[in-house]
Design a protein around this ligand. Structure first.
Ligand SMILES: [Zn+2]
Length: 234
């Protein structure tokens, strides 16, 4: 069972944990345990990679899983904030996605390690923050043996191919981009194949264009392969 109070990177939810049990999707209990598992998995990964003894804001990082209606999620040096929004198939909660959870936690990790990057007057720095968040989502996902096996199976070991690993936060991205009618594809947030800039089409900001560029450094083809003990796929 994930221990959110585990240090050095502890979390705190406003309400007590629901009893550990099997819950249906789209219940607040399901969202709690999904978030708790993803946060603990991601933080435990980073805790052995970066020399952190606490978050930028202190020992414990608050997590607010449903702060109202918005297709959004963010870290603001006070908490990890998640929201909900409508979709044709029902309400979507950004805090129900481990990709989104571990992306936002990545911002908090980087802010704790390099606080001088926060709010820097540079689109490149903001883009690096976004890219780091996406790398956090990918590397946290790779801690799951079941996902690693699935990626190897579905790509035939060619890790640069689109896969569940490269398609980050598909559900939320689809809803955010839908109003723009910009030819969005389900792999819009994918990284590592040089087409991450597709994400910029809707938002049209340098921040996201650069995020795609940074992400194109070959994380999936390189780092993921190393993490899985493989040679880089051509
Ligand atoms: Zn972000």
């Amino acid at each position: 069972m994930p221990d959110i109070a585990h240090t050095p990177l502890a979390f705190r939810f406003p309400k007590p944990a629901p009893p550990a049990a099997t819950y249906a999707q789209n219940t607040k209990e399901f969202r709690y345990w999904t978030a708790a598992e993803a946060l603990r998995r991601g933080a435990d990964f980073w805790a052995v990679v970066v020399p952190l003894t606490a978050w930028e804001l202190g020992k414990t990082l608050p997590v607010l899983l449903d702060e109202g209606q918005d297709l959004n999620a963010y870290y603001d040096r006070k908490a990890l904030n998640f929201f909900h929004g409508p979709s044709p198939s029902g309400t979507v909660y950004s805090g129900e996605s481990p990709d989104v959870i571990c992306h936002e936690m990545g911002h908090a990790i980087l802010d704790s390690f390099k606080p001088q990057l926060w709010g820097a007057a540079s689109q490149e720095v903001a883009a690096f923050h976004e890219s780091f968040g996406d790398m956090s989502a990918i590397l946290s996902a790779l801690q799951l043996q079941s996902l690693r096996s699935d990626i190897l199976s579905t790509t035939g070991g060619k890790l640069a191919q689109a896969s569940r690993l490269s398609r980050l936060a598909e559900q939320l991205a689809r809803l955010i981009h839908e109003p723009f009618r910009c030819g969005f594809s389900a792999s819009v947030l994918r990284l590592g194949d040089g087409r991450g800039t597709q994400f910029s089409a809707a938002r049209g900001t340098a921040r996201f264009r650069y995020a795609g560029r940074f992400a194109g450094l070959g994380l999936i083809g390189g780092t993921a392969a190393s993490a899985m003990g493989l040679r880089r796929a051509s």
